[in-house]
Design a protein around this ligand. Structure first.
Ligand code: ATP
Ligand code: MG
Length: 202
């Protein structure tokens, strides 16, 4: 259905979410695990540069409301403690309902659960709809998998997390690609830095 242009809210909405983005080493390990899973399950592998872990999915927002999301990120990202921890990915599993195969964690680090809780709290306070289901940290490795896997332990991938990002998802025929709108990183010895990110796109 075509949307009527709203003169009070010009500009196209963006589809956005808060996420953790792995560094090159972790992305490589996840990519290798994805290749292993692909040999077993077929489906569409996530491209290496688009591997991520969603913290909070927001969906379509107007350009006006993006500023509110950045304020949410600032509120949460200013606490260095909350954004520095190690996430150990040591499970491979799949979900039947959406046919994805994922890398997950036997145990969700408390700072990760806390980060998600704080994001959801700040999002809700700012009037955004938040996820009610319990948070299940996972990185999607395959979509449209033809086979399921029984959840199993895999060689642990230790992911040093030191920040999070607000990301825009742009749909294309080749699958979604992502554009980092803003990134918050734990700076060395002091306040969490709020760094503008210069147009990384996946
Ligand atoms: P594609 O939809 O093209 O297969 P994608 O799912 O990665 O790719 P998006 O649908 O834009 O791209 O989703 C961005 C991120 O948000 C993904 O990690 C996705 O799993 C997650 N996500 C999407 N929709 C929801 C939702 N309704 N609730 C929670 N997370 C979601
Ligand atoms: Mg999707």
């Amino acid at each position: 259905m075509a949307m009527k242009p709203d003169p009070a809210a010009p500009g196209k909405p963006s589809r956005v979410f808060f996420a953790l983005w792995p560094d090159a080493r972790v992305a490589k390990r996840l990519d290798e695990l994805g290749a292993e899973a692909h040999a077993e399950c077929a489906g569409r592998p996530t491209r290496r540069e688009t591997l991520h872990l969603t913290l909070a999915f927001i969906g379509d927002v107007s350009p006006q409301r993006l500023a509110e999301l950045i304020a949410v990120g600032n509120e949460v990202g200013n606490d260095v403690e909350a954004t520095s921890f190690t996430l150990r990915l040591d499970l491979l599993g799949s979900w039947r309902h959406n046919r994805i195969v994922w890398a997950g964690a036997q145990s969700c680090p408390a700072p990760l659960a806390g980060l998600v809780e704080r994001l959801n709290g700040a999002l809700e306070a700012a009037g955004f709809a938040v996820e009610r289901r319990p948070f299940a940290p996972h990185v999607t490795l395959l979509r449209k998998a033809q086979m399921q896997v029984s959840t199993r332990c895999v060689d642990p991938i230790d992911w040093p997390v030191d920040g999070f990002a607000l990301v825009e998802s742009v749909q294309s025929s080749a699958g979604a690609h992502y554009r980092t709108l803003r990134e918050w990183r734990a700076g060395k010895g002091g306040e969490g830095a709020d760094r503008r990110y210069a147009g990384k796109s996946g």
